[in-house]
Design a binder for this molecule. Sequence first.
Ligand SMILES: C[S@@+](CC[C@H](N)C(=O)[O-])C[C@H]1O[C@@H](n2cnc3c(N)ncnc32)[C@H](O)[C@@H]1O
Length: 380
Amino acid sequence: MSTSARLRDTLTDRLTEDGTLTEPEWSSAARSVPRELFTGSYFAPVAGSAPTRYRPVREGTPGWLEGIYSDRTLITQLDGRTRPDDVAEGAVSGSPSSSSTLPSLVLRMWQQLGAEAGHRVLEIGTGTGYSTALGAHRLGSARLTSIEYDPVVGAAAAAALKVAGFAPRLILGDGLRGDPDGDPYDRLIATCAVRYVPLPWLHQVRPGGKILVTLSGWGYANALALLEVTGPGEATGRFLPGCTSFMIARPHDRPPRPTLALLPGDERPSRIDPGKLDDWTGAWVAQLAAPAAERLGAGAEQILWDVSTGSQARTAPGPDGGWTVVQRGPVRLWDRVERAVQCWQSADEPGQEAFGLTVSAAGQRVWLGRADGPGWDLPI
Ligand SMILES: C[S@@+](CC[C@H](N)C(=O)[O-])C[C@H]1O[C@@H](n2cnc3c(N)ncnc32)[C@H](O)[C@@H]1O
């Protein structure tokens, strides 16, 4: 048995024992698809670096293969251009723009999607092609279409899929437009995150079909939603438990921000502990309330900055053990965040599975508890 096959078996056994892999068909895919064909060289974060720096781990070097089967996300491109083999020596900084998502998450999502033999599936974000290969192994190449935005990434994935013996339909382009030329799909899975559900998807997945997508935003918070399409242009569903995050779809990315400059504003006591925004769901709730704000800072010292309106909010420890907030600009970011966090707190701070999303031509609304409960409109 090759080292790769042995490492694949070990990882598959581990994911079965910890309850991630529950369906034998997906276990078989995990045992069969060599992830190294798709990742090639990858970037590893340099421990303790801030901002994070990445060193290339070159194909075939000691530890390369073990890293591939260590169930980690492997970054394969920075800033939409730099690939590991482009870095001659040392480490580089940059923003991850393509990766091979950790196998446990990919496999968990394929299972959550409920993709079965016979289903036609559309994947958004081919990346390295590893998740595509798993899907093609389970469903058959003829049932799977995958869309990648970045031509260099897409070409590498196409070559790797061919070597691995899979031939799904591959499209280079903006996956937010979906596949207008395809027949209706039974399932859609996105491995990049979106700020709102693109309307084309809701016409390309048949009623009764499912969409699995991570909702993210400019505040860096994420939540994975499983939606059922209820009619052309309509869907509803709930967010799933756990902490799933993906890089945001390139057309939905936040606008560039100038160097941080904190400006004066109106000060008052904060009615909530700003540290609540460090909580996974607390951050998500804040992002729902202020979707155009980037979140910087941490703990008692949070900074929200909406570059489109110039609105800012920043918190600090107050004199009596409480907190203060300074706000400026036309959007009172902290007022909104405070109201949303208080609403979440009055429901006992539930996890994301307490939230749902309803999408229609009228808008996209995330709600807490029930569809007619308190809610927030997504920025369409
Ligand atoms: C996390 S990676 C995908 C991981 C991949 N499924 C795998 O297993 O290797 C996200 C990918 O989405 C791609 N992407 C970003 N925006 C996109 C868009 N609008 N349409 C299609 N792909 C997009 C990125 O270029 C990146 O390759």
